[in-house]
Design a protein. Sequence first.
Length: 264
Amino acid sequence: MNWTDSFVAFGMGIFAAVLLTMAWRRRQAKRRRELAPFRADWRALLNRRLHTLRRLTPEQRRLHEKRVVEFLTDIRIKGCNGFVVTEEVRVLIAGYACLLLLRPDAYVFRGLRTVLVYPRAFWVRHQEPDELGLVSDEPELRLGESWNGERVVLSWEDVEAALDGDAVNVLVHEFAHQLDAENPETEGAPLLPDYARWSKVMSREYKALEKRSSQVLDDYGLEGPTEFFAVATEAYFQRGTELRLLHPDLYGLLRDYYRIETSD
């Protein structure tokens, strides 16, 4: 291919990209027009069960409600093992998950298609080898899972426990994994314009946890950077005051990312 052909091909590529962008924008505009309004009974339910909402500004509340509608429009929530997904279940899952999306430029879990809900902890068998290269035939009991940015699996019993104040929050843990999956080039970090501060704080806190257990961060975070981010997110939303007192730099990092104060 000569230079003329290269420029023609480049121009055609740019033209095609412009057409695709225009088509995407038209679809997004049509989709926004088709979104159902945020219902008053949803607002009453979330105000009653999600106490963190009281910390939001009016502008953040409007953004949160918009995200909830988008979540319910785009993402299927299905019951497993006989669990019946009611309207209340759907709205609580969407409402809780969208507390992680108060950044104006956030995507509503790009790539996520389905949330599967079990009545309680569930048994799974995985084929991934362990650190020795061995694959176990034994099933494992799980509270939740996040699969390759496409699916989240939750135990409703444990979601309810988190709503009631339990330190373990399987929902924000698994949705933190979804944020992590949005950037395949990193592990233990969401999409960010600059990773300097994130890397510095997270690395220091991870090494500190390796040396000494924390009163607020679960040792499960030592499974790797991905789990550390999810465990830190759990602590941030469930034990914000303790996290701020014991790990102020980590608290400040997550506050600036999630755009919400969780400390009293």
